[in-house]
Write a protein that binds this ligand. Structure first.
Ligand code: 5GP
Ligand code: MN
Length: 349
């Protein structure tokens, strides 16, 4: 068991008497951000609040990629970027604000960040990233050992029942589908981040018993490429990948012109950063792309070769040991130069 009993009790206290709940996740929501947030919403709606008047809203800083929009409940998500006033109003009215799959207010994006930093409402954080601390939630359920935030959400409800803190607990197919998507995507279809393995697979069994169609979920998430997206992937690998053999490192850097050429949509770069790790001698992989106001950078590594320290110290970011991110306000060229000037000191094995 990962979640400690005191946290379960505190969660039970925090949930009681709350009728207007807002659930948020991080900017550029991924499968775990969407799956954990929507999974939590389904479970709360179908169990905790089922007999009462309540309002439960998921707010995402910006839109999720299309390959996640089939998730049950995704159609009701409020996108903060397109609904500034509604977002402010919902946070103003909320009795509880849940912060899922991030622990730095910066990752909530420019609309939500100030609202979260200045709120007087109780804030519940459920997250598996290290370095919690840039904002102080009322209750922080921070478990960096968890393979996904969806894992923590499911365990919390399992424990609430085991401890008799809620009387009944139905895990609907919709809730299970969302949570499975979080587990599947944050573990690369159960290939990595597999701390708590036996429990992870027990959870998968629980979700299967709740009726999920796991092959369909896989298909919905991973087999929905556009022609442009697959050609873009090929372009990255064939034309853009640079290898630094002495440092077991690969770098792919894309300008906005190149992105436009392939009609780049949000989510189209998902997974590309992992691909160079398929090369036997590559243990570190870096992917950069020009975004509207900055360069967005992803880092991946294998084994005992942390990249989060580098991401934090050099590129204003952080994350997990083997999967981290950051950004740069320099030009793409200067960001690549900064990388070339600094990575050798960090990527040593
Ligand atoms: P991705 O490369 O998929 O965007 O991000 C990988 C992981 O890096 C995320 O799960 C998150 O933990 C972390 N990450 C990405 N961007 C940032 C950032 O700007 N700051 C911090 N602290 N972590 C980040
Ligand atoms: Mn996650």
């Amino acid at each position: 068991m990962l979640v400690n009993i005191e946290d379960v009790r505190r969660l039970s206290d925090l949930l009681s008497d709350k009728r207007r709940v807002v659930i948020t996740a991080h900017m550029s929501p991924d499968g775990d951000a969407m799956g954990a947030a929507l999974g939590l919403k389904h479970i709360l709606a179908e169990n905790v609040f089922s007999n009462d008047d309540f309002s439960l809203t998921v707010i995402m800083p910006n839109a999720a990629p299309n390959f996640l929009m089939w998730l049950p409940g995704a159609e009701d998500i409020v996108v903060a970027e397109n609904n500034t006033e509604k977002t402010a109003h919902l946070l103003q009215e909320a009795e509880l604000i849940c912060v899922l799959d991030y622990c730095e207010s910066k990752r909530a994006g420019t609309i939500l960040q100030p609202l979260l930093e200045n709120t007087t409402k109780p804030v519940l954080m459920i997250d598996h990233h290290i370095n919690p601390g840039t904002f102080a939630p009322t209750l922080s359920l921070s478990y960096p050992q968890a393979p996904a935030t969806a894992f923590i959400v499911l365990e919390l409800f399992n424990r609430l029942v085991e401890e008799g803190l809620i009387s009944r607990y139905v895990l609907s197919k919709d809730a299970a589908t969302c949570l499975y998507t979080g587990l599947m995507t944050d573990t690369g279809n159960f290939a990595f981040n597999n701390a708590n393995m036996p429990q992870l697979y027990r959870m998968v069994a629980q979700l299967l018993e709740a009726g999920i169609e796991k092959d369909k979920i896989y298909d919905n998430v991973y087999n929905q490429f556009s022609v442009d997206r697959l050609r873009f992937t090929g372009y990255c690998l064939y034309h853009k990948m640079r290898i630094f053999p002495k440092y077991n490192t690969a770098l792919i850097a894309l300008s906005s012109d190149e992105l436009r050429r392939f009609n780049f949509q949000s989510g189209d770069a998902e997974g590309i950063v992992n691909m160079p790790l398929q090369i036997a001698s590559v243990h570190y992989s870096v992917f950069m792309r020009e975004d509207t106001d900055k360069i967005k950078i992803s880092f991946r590594s294998q084994g005992d070769r942390p990249v989060n320290v580098y991401a934090h110290e050099i590129f204003n970011g952080g994350g997990h040991a083997n999967a981290a991110g950051g950004d740069s306000t320099l030009s793409l060229q200067d960001t690549v130069k900064r990388f070339e000037d600094t990575f050798r000191k960090y990527f040593t094995k």
